[in-house]
Design a protein around this ligand. Sequence first.
Ligand code: DC
Length: 222
Amino acid sequence: MINIAIDGPSGAGKSTLAGFVAKELSLVHVDTGALYRAVGFYIVKNKVEPSNAEKVVKLLESLNVDVEYDSNRKQHVFVNGEEVNEQLRTNDVSMAASAVSAIPEVRSFLLDLQRNIAEKENIIMDGRDVGTVILPNANIKFFLFASPEKRADRRFKEYAAKGIDISYDKVLEDIIQRDFNDSNRKISPLKQAEDAIPVDNSEMTEDETKKFILNIIKEKLS
Ligand code: DC
């Protein structure tokens, strides 16, 4: 099985990049952030405070998260049987996902799901702890990052294109907060694996990043 890991902070372009590589090399793209977002979505829906770990853990008892891949290898996330892809990208769900991802029970709740997919399919998986915890034996690992300002700028433009009304300053503030949450949690923090290839794309275009990564993968897999 081919297992490629891409980790890095939010807004670095992991998902776009992994989707591109998946298409080029006929791999399944596993977006693990969407799984944490599914938990975040369920917490928000049930009006539970994401910082209330006890209540979040209790709510996991009534939650079932599933993924399916269609013929275009697009990932569909299901919460208790209902597809929720379209509902995972709001700012509230992002913040809730970041907060609940620090809870050990939430991480173990999603661990087997992620490993099971990697055992069955040739995949490229993006997240925060794929290279360090989920797939320590991945064939190739990347750590993709860019400055907080560049990432906020990209995300702000994405929101604007979707008609989501939010200021640049708020997007930047949230990115800095999520970086802090993701890097400082006790369990599985965002961290570059020792054997990961670091890629700083602050000054690279999307196309340049795509070509750069694809060349490395082709070389390593040949
Ligand atoms: O990649 P994303 O922005 O969709 O991820 C949403 C949140 O989920 C992010 O703030 C951190 C968390 N996450 C995580 O803790 N571990 C992963 N492997 C993927 C995401």
